[in-house]
Design a protein around this ligand. Sequence first.
Ligand code: SAH
Length: 369
Amino acid sequence: MSSPETLGDVLCARIENDGPIPVEDWMATCLGDPQYGYYMTRDPLGCRGDFTTAPEISQMFGELLGLWAVVVWQQMHMPAHVNLVELGPGRGTLMADAIRAAAGVPGFLDAVQVHMVETSPVLQSRQRETLQSARLPVMWHADIDALPDGPMIVLANEFLDALPVRQYVYQKGTWHHRAVTWADGAFKFVAADAVDPDLIPAPFRTAAEGAIYEDSPAVLAVTKNLAGRLSAQGGAALFIDYGHTVGGLGETLQAVSRHGYADPLAEPGDVDLTAHVDFAALVACARDAGATVWGPLTQAALLQRLGIDERAATLAAAIGTERAGEISTQHRRLTAVDAMGHLFKALAITHPAQPAPPSFETAIPMRDR
Ligand code: SAH
């Protein structure tokens, strides 16, 4: 047999040999297959890519997160060595902006060793280029397990949404794993084997025919690992992502291609797949691991409390009246309710002895779903 030419061929052959592929494996393979995976083969960001993220919209995002990291370090009583970690750093833009902003605070950069956790070789090399001028020790790891011990400050924007979700579908009175098969010339969702009902939270044990429930062992594994490290070794993590703060039924797996929605089963490996983050599950998992959890806040509240209005005014004044409109457009995209402001949430996890990290001093009520 000739070797398969696309990820679709590989997946088709797998289904023929082993039966339907669970949604979780489908998502993991489409994004992370070493040869054909979406992230492994390209830089998907920017206007000519498939999607844009907050740090790519404006330098203000990374700058404010850099200052967040500095204040957390000060709250940790300025340890002489701290690991500044970014998970899923894309083009490295956030870290570059963070380092530039933090350089104004004496001592911080001398204490910092930067660790980038990135699976994609393409994006790793892009990050190396971006951080070339940073003149700081930077190390790359493919997995959080490879992070060295010690206190750390972790930043993660749109990282958790790239981790695979499991799906279940309710059919004829029973929950089943949801999987992907090949039928009539296309990939299709199917109900696979029945699941142990204990896997489904009690309020959802019975549901309407065809209802979907999602969870993410991968998100919980990362959360447990980081929360355990933070509560043993000190520090804080800041996650920013889109998601819900109250668990519920419903499917959130989605595909994006060229800045628009796409079919998550068409063109495997060539479209981005994401799922909403279940912040309630993340909070419970981090607490179980001994860490303190703050928020979630909306992205708008986070950035406004960190001073985005003032930063935008300063940048607009420096850039001149002709281009000042660009800054206000960026500011709007990051904070407006009908843009990223409320869809994206920020959640912090800290060592139990840490005070509230910047912006998380007071909770604000949030509507959800
Ligand atoms: N944080 C960046 C990029 C978000 S896209 C930004 O805001 O612009 C998701 C990023 O996570 C990409 O860099 C992708 O390669 C990386 N990624 C996806 N799955 C990963 C995994 N399991 N481990 C580490 N990085 C991963």
